[in-house]
Design a protein. Structure first.
Length: 415
């Protein structure tokens, strides 16, 4: 209880009727007169939260804060043009911060709304350190040899690199049917090099605001330069670097132009930044991206060979109950299957065994029969891709960039 019964009575009345603004303003005026400005601020702020233009509440707030009280408004209301615009001596931003715990904000920010970016230092990207190496990649011996010559050899031999004038900058395009481990291979390269790894997808770049997509792309490359040596992996590069002649959107064409600028390193030194790009449709990529100094080296990532298929099958069965499975025979039955297809084969075989276990009430192991039955049910997803690739290799290979694909198709007798 205070020493003023009137203030105590009005406080109780306001507590009972919190939406009565007139009563609350009267209480605030008494509190200001009694020298209890801190309490008056809270009541005046509650009124301003509901009526931001309430002149009486503004006057009481100014008085409670120790500022000069503006003169009372005359009985005759001034015309709208003559109304005072407020006291410029009051720091309303500071007042809002001081009263944040007393009065909630009028407009709350959504829980999923990100904080605004304040300069380049405030931008964060997922920079990883990969623990996967090429030893964890089953098969793909030709791919590993090409990577050794392009990236890993020069990095391990700085003196030899200097002798031959080999730069630590460069780009390599991985292409092939989906599900064959292009992303896994990129992580393995980063782990083999002991380099940082940044994966870039279309969602990291594209933005509805003009110029923001280009800025995002620039910031990602700047982050890679700042963490050199770094592997910057551009997944689904055909989405970001599609042929400009086929784009109807001018904004997407400028994104392709920005990507070309970043690959050239015009605004920054790309030494130590290894750009690996992956796509299922290299024929849709803008030709400028594949000129020397950009993504000038191309590597075909084919479905896993027999040794790699056996290793992938073993990996996906390692934590499942199995008995009597001959991985070699299952690998023979899954020729041309991608890594994702092989994972699906193991999943389907597990479903067969689980279905019988539920029906009989007795748990049984995944058998060779389950694996072969699953291989017959799951068809290789690479067939559709090779049908399209066959047309490209036959009719759009004037430059010879798809010679390795043509040789493989000839070996498979698809030409």
């Amino acid at each position: 209880m205070s020493d003023s019964p009137l203030i105590d009575s009005l406080s109780a009345a306001v507590e009972a009727r919190p939406d009565d603004l007139t009563l609350r303003l009267h209480l605030a005026e008494l509190l200001v007169g009694a020298g209890r400005g801190a309490e008056a601020i809270g009541h005046a702020a509650q009124v301003l939260a509901r009526e931001p233009g309430n002149e009486t509440a503004q006057r009481l707030m100014t008085s409670a804060l120790g500022g000069p009280a503006p003169a009372e408004s005359p009985a005759r209301e001034k015309p709208a043009a003559e109304k005072p615009k407020g006291d410029d001596t009051v720091d309303w931003a500071a007042m809002e911060q001081d009263l944040g715990d007393i009065v909630p904000p009028r407009f709350a920010k959504a829980d999923d709304e990100p904080d605004p970016v304040r300069g380049h230092a405030d931008r964060t990207f997922d920079v990883e350190r990969s623990t996967i190496t090429l030893a964890d990649v089953g098969g793909m011996q030709e791919v590993k040899k090409r990577l050794e010559v392009s990236f890993l050899g020069p990095l391990r031999n700085p003196k030899l690199r200097s002798l031959f004038g080999k730069s630590l900058r460069g780009g390599l395009l991985l292409y092939g049917p989906p599900g064959c481990g292009k992303t896994f291979l990129a992580r393995a390269v980063a782990g083999e090099m002991g380099a940082a790894f940044i994966s870039l997808s279309i969602t990291d770049v594209l933005n509805m605001w003009v110029g923001s997509s280009e800025r995002n792309l620039h910031d990602l490359f700047q982050s890679a330069r700042g963490h050199a040596p770094c592997v910057l992996f551009l997944d689904e590069i055909d989405a970001l670097g599609h042929k400009r002649s086929q784009l109807n959107s001018s904004s997407m064409r400028t994104v392709v132009n920005q990507l070309l600028t970043e690959l050239d390193g015009v605004d920054g030194n790309n030494d130590g930044v290894f750009v690996l790009a992956a796509t299922n449709a290299p024929w849709d990529i803008d030709s400028a991206l594949r000129r020397p100094g950009r993504l000038d080296r191309t590597l075909l990532v084919l479905p896993p060979d027999k040794a790699a298929r056996a290793a992938i099958l073993e990996y996906h069965l390692r934590d499942r109950p199995v008995a009597g499975i001959d991985l070699g025979k299952v690998a023979d039955a899954t020729e041309n299957y991608s890594g994702a297809d092989l994972a699906h084969v193991c999943e389907t075989a597990a479903e067969f065994a689980m279905r019988d276990s539920i029906a009989t009430g007795e748990i049984r192991m995944i058998s060779q029969h389950d694996m072969l039955a699953a291989a017959r049910e799951v068809r290789p997803s690479t067939d559709a891709w090779f049908s399209t690739a066959r047309n490209v290799a036959m009719f759009a290979n004037e430059s010879g960039e798809y010679d390795d694909l043509a040789a493989y198709l000839k070996k498979r007798k698809l030409r």
